[in-house]
Design a protein around this ligand. Structure first.
Ligand code: HH2
Length: 293
């Protein structure tokens, strides 16, 4: 049911998180993302898909120009900017929903924020400390996700004593580091990083014990969409993981996720609204897709 109500300050807007679950639509402007690579590499096709997701009920749009699938190679800064900025610019003008830029590179984040993005979604939890300066100077929102290593190395880094406790403590420490660097607490959100340096059992466990992250006091973003832990349970490739994604979205929404990051916006917005209605949260808002932003 979207977790405890919290305000999330992102550039000039305030996003009301909880009790209704917010939906973040994924827009990968890449040739090689694990489930939709190559479909939206053309800026016009990407912008059209972003606008369609907003019309289908996306409360936020997450634009990325570098795949983070296991083993993915790094994309040069100029290339990542060339892929994402024209799309961010157009969506910031036309989509209505706040735009996040999914990047681990401060220079890409700065260019996207200048083009109208309101949030930086950094899968490394701002491993490059310059990211804090970029976000602070723009007054932007920041999603701090948990991972280990890089997409190229993370498959080997799944040794945990207590995955839930370690992810929670790491995220709390990253929040503290961000605040020390001048990023306001109200601008931050956290994400356990489903599938990032976690095997399937560890991803399932993080979902199972999601309420452990509530004590951090910031909105919780969860990204289970079409990921391999679903294939581990149900079999099948990324395109066959819609039902597994729906189960994970409903579970996360009922266990305190404020934002679910998904590819299949139309279906998952309905799953989230139905879960919210059962939980008794946001039933009125649920009648109007997109009315929650
Ligand atoms: N997952 C992916 C990318 N960015 N950001 C957050 N905050 N949380 C996530 O779980 C997350 C994320 C990977 O998914 P996707 O964007 O579909 O694939 P790819 O990295 O191959 O483009």
């Amino acid at each position: 049911m979207g977790g405890e109500p919290l305000d999330w300050k992102v550039a000039r807007r305030t996003i009301r998180c909880g009790p209704a679950t917010l939906v973040m639509g994924i827009l990968n402007v890449t040739p090689d993302s694990f489930s939709d690579g190559g479909r939206y590499l053309d800026p016009a096709a990407a912008a059209a898909h972003g606008l369609a997701m907003a019309a289908e009920g996306a409360d936020l749009l997450d634009v990325g120009g570098e795949s983070t699938r296991p083993g993915a190679p790094e994309v040069p800064v100029e290339e990542e900017i060339a892929r994402t900025v024209p799309v961010v610019e157009r969506l910031a003008r036309e989509a209505g929903a706040p735009i996040s830029i999914d990047t681990r590179k401060p220079a890409v984040a700065a260019a996207a924020l200048a083009a109208g993005a309101a949030i930086v979604n950094d899968v490394t939890g701002a491993a490059d400390p310059t990211m804090f300066e970029v976000v602070r100077d723009a007054g932007a929102g920041l999603v701090l996700m948990h991972m280990r290593g890089t997409p190229e190395t993370m498959r080997e880094l799944t040794d945990y004593r207590d995955v839930v406790g370690e992810v929670r403590d790491h995220l709390a420490a990253r929040v503290e580091a961000a605040v020390s660097a001048g990023v306001p607490f109200e601008c931050l959100a956290v994400d356990p990083g489903i599938g990032f340096a976690k095997d399937a059992d560890q991803s399932l466990r993080l979902l199972r014990e999601l309420p452990a992250l509530a004590g951090i006091g910031r909105p919780i973003v969860v990204g289970p969409s079409r990921k391999s832990f679903i294939g581990h349970v149900l079999g099948g490739e990324a395109a066959d993981r819609v039902e597994g994604t729906a189960a994970a979205v409903a579970w996360a929404a009922a266990r305190g996720a404020h934002v679910v990051r998904v590819h299949d916006v139309r279906h998952m917005a309905r799953v989230a609204r139905m879960t919210d209605a059962i939980a008794g949260a946001g039933a009125a808002a649920a009648l109007a897709p997109g009315a929650r932003r």
